[in-house]
Design a binder for this molecule. Structure first.
Ligand code: MLT
Length: 391
């Protein structure tokens, strides 16, 4: 028996598990301290009423012989895929059909699993800093990874890779920096992929947080993207499904490599390894696209963005250099002086009892930066800023 030695190339702990374990240890040693958590991007608002109503109704359906449902269809129920194709794509002028949509238990699973349909010898490009799942899952698979630095000099938007790469992961609005990409810049990546026979995995988990006009909500707004891009979406950040679990991947039929349809490959993988998101959760997901659902979800997003503004303003007043938080629920700040980002994490935890995420956890270029999330409770966010002021 031999283990997969590629796993030994991973850092010892997953970033958010490492943070959770440091916080747990601190709490155990200081049971009297009240900790405010602005670290992991987990939502704090309960599910909106139209979503809860749909969920409840579906739960009762499951308890009656006439309306009970067993295994869900491999790609997800049509009622949900139709709603996604209509609202997220057709209404935005993008041509995506329901049979190009694969419903899943979340974008994290999809961005971790999608690499399975690609050969081990592909070279993968990820940004630095990066949401660790893109890099870690490719390390597990033994692929070569190249990094596209995102610094304040390039506005945290990467340059095109200098060498030829086969797979590129992009996430905009970005986790962790909160940066966005213009349509013109995104088109350059699409053109690069078309020229180099590459595939782009585009993580659009935070698109609901775009507040400024003219910023692309989907990579399919770019010309030719259907031939080179897979797009991932989450219901976690816009509608609060972090605990329910729901997401979807778009694999266009025009995406054909070596004569093979990636839509067909992903369908095969999905059918073999996945039995579908629960019926009740897909019904809750459908409610996100109803008129009342959209209104409720938009209100929650707006409220989180008020936290983002609050954090941005407070930090700016304190003299911090601040990025993000305008079209994204993440605020990316430069840590003071020469302090390391884990050092700043410890300082905040110990002296202010506030948890954030050290930039270095997202990659080398994240060193010297720190991420705060706008997903906290409003009063907690205000109190956290007050504690930072008193540091
Ligand atoms: C984050 O904090 O970066 C995200 O919540 C992680 C995730 O969505 O898995």
């Amino acid at each position: 028996m031999k283990i997969n030695k590629d796993y030994l190339n991973l850092s010892e702990n997953y970033l958010f598990s490492e943070i959770a374990s440091r916080v747990k240890k601190y709490s155990a040693e200081h049971p009297d301290k009240e900790i405010i958590r602005l670290g992991i991007g987990d939502v704090t608002k309960p599910l909106a009423t139209p979503i809860m109503d749909a969920l409840e109704k579906a739960v009762f359906e499951m308890g009656k012989k006439e309306t009970f449902r067993g295994y869900a269809p491999d790609r997800g129920y049509e009622f949900l895929r139709n709603a996604i194709a209509d609202v997220d794509y057709r209404k935005r002028g993008c041509e995506i059909s329901p049979d190009e949509i694969f419903v899943s238990d979340g974008a994290k699973s999809d961005c971790g699993n999608i690499q399975e349909i690609f050969d081990k010898d592909n070279v993968v490009a990820v940004t630095d800093p990066v949401y660790p799942v893109y890099a870690d899952t490719n390390v597990m698979a033994g692929r070569k990874i190249v990094y596209m630095p995102c610094t304040k000099d390039n506005g945290f938007v990467p340059e095109l890779p200098a060498e030829k790469v086969d797979i590129l992961y992009l996430c905009f609005p970005n986790n962790p920096t909160g940066a966005v990409i213009t349509k013109e810049n995104l088109q350059k990546f699409v053109d690069y992929a078309r020229k180099n026979d590459s595939v782009i995995i585009y993580d659009a988990a935070y698109e609901a947080y775009i507040t400024e006009p003219g910023i692309p909500h989907s990579i399919y707004e770019c010309e030719g993207a259907r031939e080179v891009a897979i797009e991932l979406h989450s219901f976690s950040k816009n509608a609060g499904f972090t605990g329910l679990r729901l997401g979807y991947a778009v694999v266009p039929k025009a995406l054909v490599k070596e004569g093979v349809s990636l839509n067909a490959l992903w369908a095969r993988r999905h059918a073999t390894k996945y039995n579908g998101a629960p019926y009740i959760v897909q019904r809750a997901g459908e409610a996100v696209y109803s008129m009342e659902g959209m209104k409720a979800v938009q209100k929650q997003v707006q409220e989180y963005m008020e936290n983002a503004t609050l954090i941005r303003n407070a930090l700016t007043d304190m003299g911090y250099e601040v990025y993000g938080g305008v079209n994204a629920p993440y605020i990316w700040l430069k840590v003071p002086g020469e302090m390391g980002s884990w050092e700043f994490f410890d300082l905040l935890l110990n002296k202010a009892n506030v948890v954030g995420t050290p930039g270095e956890g997202f990659g080398k270029c994240g060193e010297g930066y720190f991420r705060l999330t706008a997903f906290g409770d409003k009063n907690d966010t205000i109190r956290a800023m007050q504690r930072l002021k008193e540091l």
